[in-house]
Design a protein around this ligand. Structure first.
Ligand code: BG6
Length: 486
């Protein structure tokens, strides 16, 4: 992943006064500048409806945003805001408004001698995507004398048809090579390291197949509820919010074939191939859940239907557990168990690879075979690292076997990890699409879940603070397995 140099550019945030800008984008851009990574002629232009804001009042807002996000160095952030941050109102989004945006972009480019390099970031509600993309295209902001890139936040569509329509619309004005569809999971250091772990360590890659692997489990657990996002979440649910994107991305990275090179296209092609070989998901292998009142860390928390803005009879799922198989040479017959949920006991994203047991058990006790299968767990957050569980003889007679673990923790080796958004913004600015989702990938992933979205299975209850509805155990019990104890 060699980087191109970062040329002076204009970073234009549509949705400039929104939550994402405040929590993620401004802090990430500031940190990149503070580390000396961004060229000091680069500038940020926040764009939003509010016509009462000026450059100066937007800078004041940006300063507060950085302080709220915990970015240290009051004076440095103040100077950065004064020097680098600008504001442009977009009014109702008429053609005239986009012409004014074009004029402002050109003015800043002239002032700072920026050679037409523009990143447009759509930090907007999804219903504003189509008109915004069209608006940019109409006035020619989709191309320039330098590079023009368009960053689109999730959700990319709400089903297959809407994702296809959005792809069609984006492709009217932009080429696929200009489009950066964000799935912030791909920016996480540990998620990227999955590829290095797999393809730089021959010992694991040679075991990474149906001959050696018994099953693979992917868990994305959150202790948080839906926060104040009922309006969005009621329509999304866990299938759209987490499964179609984040969990599917993890599945493709774990299961993909070795790409011919580390180029973006080569990697994305292999990921798409995985999606094309996932067998149709059987409704009886999917268990949806919704949290009811319960306790997390000793604190009482409300049930989903009691959250502000949620319908008292809502049928929206807040957890999903399911099983898939990948019908290719490498994985045929290996079950992949995936689960995610809100208000589970703790935050944990983990991949557990269970290897096959020895064919004959030499170590029997009165209770049967003493050997447990080897398990490799890759913890993506928090406490990022790897654990390999293996069997040893305890120093007692008669022979007693104990499971021990080898472990590696990122922070012990490298200190704090960078924020996902820093990585992703840097990739946008250097033109590296590896960590962004291709149009075909989005569609293939929606296609996979379309039957479940069209005919949603029953939603079971689970108490907040539990690991999801007990019915989910049937998915693994049926095959004589158990979800990993977390
Ligand atoms: C977002 C979802 O994409 O990812 C949220 O919309 C979820 O509902 C979040 O909480 C989880 O991200 P992370 O990085 O905290 O695991």
């Amino acid at each position: 992943m060699g980087r191109n140099p970062i040329e002076p550019h204009l970073f234009i945030i549509l949705g400039g006064t929104g939550d994402l800008t405040q929590r993620k984008l401004l802090p990430a851009l500031y940190r990149l500048t503070a580390q000396g990574i961004l060229n000091d002629r680069s500038r940020i232009l926040g764009v939003a409806r509010d016509s009462n804001l000026s450059d100066q009042s937007f800078r004041n807002w940006a300063r507060e945003a950085l302080a709220t996000a915990g970015v240290s160095g009051k004076e440095m952030t103040a100077n950065w805001c004064d020097q680098c941050v600008y504001y442009q109102p977009i009014g109702v989004g008429s053609e005239g408004d986009y012409r004014s945006l074009l004029a402002r972009v050109q003015e800043l480019e002239r002032k700072y001698n920026i050679a037409g390099n523009r990143a447009f970031y759509l930090a907007l509600p999804p219903d504003a995507f189509p008109t915004t993309i069209r608006g940019l295209g109409q006035v020619g902001l989709n191309q320039s004398s330098g590079w023009t890139r368009l960053v689109i936040e999730k959700p990319f569509g709400h089903d297959l048809a809407s994702a296809q329509e959005l792809n069609r619309l984006v492709h009217t004005d932009f080429n696929e090579s200009q489009i950066y569809r964000i799935d912030h999971y791909l920016g996480k250091e540990t998620v990227q390291n999955l590829l290095v772990f797999r393809f730089a360590n021959a010992i694991f890659e040679s075991l990474w197949n149906r001959d050696r692997v018994e099953s693979i489990e992917i868990t994305v657990a959150e202790d948080l509820g839906i926060e104040k996002r009922a309006h969005y979440y009621e329509h999304a649910g866990a299938l759209r919010d987490m499964v179609q994107n984040h969990l599917t991305q993890l599945l493709t990275l774990v299961a993909m074939e070795v790409p011919p090179s580390f180029e973006a296209d080569a990697i994305r092609t292999e990921k798409i191939k995985v999606l094309h070989t996932v067998m149709p998901i059987r409704p009886e292998e999917v268990v949806l859940g919704q949290y009811t009142r319960g306790k997390i860390d000793g604190q009482e928390v409300p049930g989903y239907r009691e959250e502000p803005g949620v319908a008292p009879d809502s049928n929206t799922e807040t957890s999903v557990a399911f099983r898939v198989e990948i019908d290719n040479w490498r994985w045929q017959g290996v079950p992949f168990y995936l689960r995610t949920g809100k208000r589970l006991p703790r935050r944990l994203t983990q991949i557990a690879v269970t290897f096959r047991s020895p064919p004959i058990c030499l170590f029997q006790s009165l209770d049967g075979c003493q050997i447990h299968p080897n398990v490799l767990t890759i913890t993506l957050q928090p406490d990022e690292g790897f654990d390999l569980f293996f069997e040893v003889k305890a120093p007692v007679q008669p022979v007693k076997i104990k499971t021990q673990r080898l472990h590696f923790r990122y922070t012990e080796a490298f200190g704090p990890l960078p924020e996902a958004y820093e990585t992703l913004l840097l990739d946008v600015l250097t033109g590296d699409q590896t960590l962004f989702v291709h149009a075909d990938e989005v569609e293939a992933s929606w296609r996979l879940f379309a039957p479940l979205l069209e005919q949603k299975p029953q939603v079971h209850e689970y108490a907040a603070g539990s690991w999801g509805p007990p019915e989910a155990d049937q998915i693994t019990d049926r095959e004589g397995r158990r979800w990993q104890t977390l």
